[in-house]
Design a protein. Structure first.
Length: 135
């Protein structure tokens, strides 16, 4: 079963999120910047009656962002790899935020889309600075 918005087709979380403690909490606590403090979100999840259901829902889908069911995107990624029995997965440290993550892609050096975006912004600033200095 999927939950999609009628206009965009984007998947929405199930209705039980509305009654869960996270539905009554500021969403920014669950969607922190790379390397940010996820403990407040995890503590909300720890006291939730639907934590396990939420975790399984997020693991079953590619929920890339945020804390779901008390797990970060990297923790969910590791759990998916473990469930698939991927022995070829490698544990790495993100070059942007320093968080440990699992990947089976040899050239991957960043743990998430947020870190890729942040890294691209840093590179763009460096490029712009070099151009200003050369001019």
């Amino acid at each position: 079963m999927t939950w999609e918005t009628p206009l965009t087709g984007a998947e929405l979380p199930p209705a039980w999120v509305i009654g869960a403690p996270c539905g009554q909490t500021d969403p920014e606590a669950f969607f922190v910047d790379p390397g940010g403090n996820v403990e407040p979100a995890k503590s909300v999840c720890a006291g939730c009656d639907v934590e396990e259901m939420c975790r399984e829902w997020a693991i079953a889908r590619p929920q890339e962002h945020g804390v779901w069911g008390g797990m970060t995107e990297n923790e969910r990624s590791r759990e998916r790899a473990r469930r698939r029995g991927e022995t070829g997965s490698t544990e790495r440290e993100c070059i942007q935020c320093g968080e440990t993550y699992w990947t089976d892609y040899a050239l991957r050096t960043l743990c998430s889309d947020e870190c890729r975006h942040a890294r691209n912004l840093v590179r763009q600033r460096q490029y712009d600075q070099r151009r200003r200095e050369a001019a």
